[in-house]
Every structure is written in structure tokens, then in C-alpha cells.
Ligand binder design. Sequence first.
Ligand code: FBP
Length: 549
Amino acid sequence: MKQLSALDQHRKAYQPKLPAALRQGVDRVRIKTGSATEPVKDKEAIQTAFPKTYGMPLLSFETVAENLPSKPLKVGVVLSGGQAPGGHNVIAGVFDSIRAINKDSVLYGFSGGPGGLEKGQYEIIGTEKMDAFRNTGGFDIIGSGRTKLETTEQFDRCIEVINKLQLDAVVIIGGDDSNTNAAILAEYFLGKGLSTSVVGIPKTIDGDLKTAQIPTSFGFDTAVKTYSELIGNIARDARSACKYWHFIKLMGRSASHITLEAGLQTHANVALISEEIEEKKQSLDQVVETVCRSVKSRAAQGKDYGVVLVPEGLVEFIPSIKSLIAELNHLLAEKESEFAALDSTAKKITALGDWLKAENAATFKSLPSSIQAQLMLDRDPHGNVQVSLIETEKLLSEMVNAKLKKDADYKGKFSAQHHFFGYEGRAAAPSNFDADYCYGLGCVAAVLIRNGKTGYMASIRNLSKGIEQWEAGGIPITMLFNMESRHGKLKPVIQKALVELKGPAFLELVKHRAEWEIEDSYLFPGPIQYFGPSEICDAITKTLALEMG
Ligand code: FBP
């Protein structure tokens, strides 16, 4: 028998709270059909790509007095992409709900991500296994993966597996790319006359899968609270030892939501926001100057310490580096074999320096060799640079150090420590918020499936209010699409939600940052609390509170 920590034992017994519409039991929920939807832009192209699922209505739920009978359901579940706290509770929500709808329902877990569906690698999730994973972090119940399902050959292999198991539905728990694929699969299945539903669940710690109907993706709450605890501890250490500047890179490859929220939670001296840097078209040197300003003004007060938060995607938002990465992506694909034949990193760096256009070559040559090497590493399956592998925190501190050395007015001592917080929070035990939200999303998915809905994402809105006011429903994924260029071709994709520079969360940072840059205004949020006063245990993120009012 697996040993459990004391916390795991307590959390196992936690009963997630549900939105009002689901409290009488999922077998008492009726779907209310709302108005037809359409995407904000590129309507024609999206309608052409999704003739069967375009324009579907918004769905909301209402409770009815009598039980609504259903046949046993066979449902497959897939965890896709990076871990996010609460994934196990989504599965628990689906598991409990389909069995409440009909006790003979069966849940299949596809292992290792979308590739498990394609290859037919699955296990039947039973009560004992499910119970062992309730309210726990990680995706280890069945594992996750980043295989992208995009070719018709892959779709057809999925259909073979689905037909063999006679699945009524597949639930895809993933981020923007995975939910895009869920909508493509739903459309493809309908085109092939297959009645199996595909339902998506909004997951990612990065917080960049967000719309009016999806106030936040699950996992963001727990991950950012975990990082904020650690940042608070570091700020306290910095203030005690008075000798280090801590450069902390935070996950969030495309958007800076995590850095923004952690900045608001801890009042770190500097919280760099990539979206702002891009909008202001700042150079790397200007970003370095932002940090130097804080270091110098604090040194003038005798404070040779501080905390700088760096979003992991930062380099891709600095226009000159963005242009360099775009050309590198192209070159690495075009000259793949020639590049692979070069037998040392030094030779590769020299070759790229020669192949790049003059402006990009100059940017490339200005970077330390460690960063040059990191920019050449393999791309992820979606063709993205793996920004988690680029040591931006070190790049910045080295450049800050070099700049300060040349500054005759600077009389302080600069010594840096580096940290990367990503994996520390990605599989943390879910906060009460994520435990409740995720379990609810799983229940919502089951209701959508029972009603034969496909191409929908499970949604719970009104999250800044108490759970009694949470609103469950379904949103057609096609309404979230726009057309974007991917590998040189225009494709329908869910638009990533970046930090809104006119939004209340960013404006809150702007309001205070001049003070935080100079003063020791640190807050020490401490660990996530699972038991105790509600204002601590059930607190939502500042981002959600500011955005939802
Ligand atoms: P998802 O977008 O799949 O949710 O993953 C987000 C993330 O945690 C990023 O913040 C990070 O850049 C990335 O995963 C790292 O993933 P991996 O460990 O697979 O390289």
C-alpha cells in the first residue's frame, strides 16, 4: 500500500464544493440553450474550416426536480501538455458524474497524453485508483504528453481506438493548442459520421487560456500561490542577509500572467512584464536599464539587495531577439542536416552567425555563448523555442553587472543569485480554489457528454464570487478561434490571452511599482492554506479579483 503524507491523507477526504446548478446531482441537470456564437474575427475562414460546429450556442445549466435517466456512458480522458494542479480533480469530477448518471458507466484513462489516444494505450480507472488521486497535484494518474494530433492519419487512428472501445466521448484536458485540437477532432468526427463527443477543459498554469467565458484556466491559482510563497521567503532572506539581488525566472512561456500576479502578491522590487516590453519596443539594454534603476536607487539607501521577477518568455518579446528567434526557427528547419553535421557547439554558433541576416547576426553575436547555445536547442512539438531552457535570469544579471561596472555614479556592491520557479508549482497539491474549480469542470464535462454536446469547452464563470454564485455551462470552442500563421500557413487557433496592458491587474502594478522598486514593501504570502479561515483558504488570485471585480 502506497504511503501517504499527513496532508495527502487529509486532502483525500476533502469534498470539493460545487456550483449551485450541480449540487442536486448531475443527473438532475438540464441544459439551457443560449444564443448562437461566432468568433470575434476571421468569421468566414473559421466557418469554412468548421462547417458542422461553427456558430453553436452557449450553454448554461439548470436543476430539475426529477432524475434524468441515461444509458451507461463510456468516456475516455486525456491529459495534455504541462502539469497543472487540479487535473486529477477534473478526472474525479468526470468519474463521479458519469457513475452518478449511470452506475455502469466506465472511465478510460489514455496514458501519456494525446499520443495514448492515438496508440490506444489506456487503462480503466476504477474506484480505488481514483480515490488515491483525489485532491492531489500532478498528472501521474495516467501521465501527460505533448504529442500534437493534427494529421488525418492520426485522427483516423483515434477513430479506430474509439470504435474499438465504443466511446461516447473523449475529454481533452489541455491548454490553447490542445483545445484547438479538440475542436478540430470534434469537427472531423462529425464529418465521418461518428457520434463520439469531444469536450475540452481549460488547463494551464500560464493563465493564457482566458476569455470572458473562461475567467481563468485551472492550475494558475495554485502555481502562482506556490511561487509567491517562495518569492516571499526569498525576499525575507534578501532583507535579512542584505547582500544578494535575486533574479527569479517564472514559468509562463507566452504570457506574463504568473509574473504579474506574483508581483502583486509579493511586491518584488521589479516585475518585468513581457507584453509591456514588446509594446514599448524596448531593447535588451533598456530592459537591463529598468533593473539597474532599482539597483542604483536602493544602493543609494545602502540596500544592496532586492528581488527581480522575470517571465520565462521575456526574450521572445524583445523585438530584436524575437526577430532573431524567428529567423533561427526557419534556419534550423531549412538547414537541419547541414546543422546536425557540425560536431561542436562552437562550430554551430559560427555557422549560424554566418547564415543569419546582418541585423539578426549582430543580435546573436551580442549574446553570451551560453544563451546562443540555448537558442539553438530543439523546438517543442508545436515549433516553439523551449523558453524554460533559456537562462534569461542569468543573462539579465550578467548584463546588469556589466552596466553597473561602467557606471561611475554607482557605489554599491552587486552580487546575484538565480532561481527558476516552474516545476516547483506545476504539480503542487491544488488549492481549495483549484480543487473545487477542477472537480466542477469535470462534472460540467459529464453533463455536456450526457447531452451529446461536442466541440465544447467546459466552463465555470463568475469565479470571483462565492461558489454559490459560480455559473456552469459550455462554450463552443470555435467562438474562441482566430486565424494565425503557423509554419507559414494560416490556421484556426485559440488566441492566447496575453497580459492586458489596460487591464486592472497590470494597472495595479503600474500604480505601485515606483514605490516597490525603491522600498522594502515586500509581502510574505506564506504557504497555501487548506484548512482555516475562509479569507485565507479560499482567497482567489489578485488577478481574478481585479479583473472580475
Ligand atoms: P502548458 O502550456 O502545456 O500548460 O505548459 C506550460 C508550461 O508549464 C510553461 O510554463 C513551460 O514553458 C512549459 O510548460 C514547460 O514544459 P516542459 O517541461 O514540457 O518543457
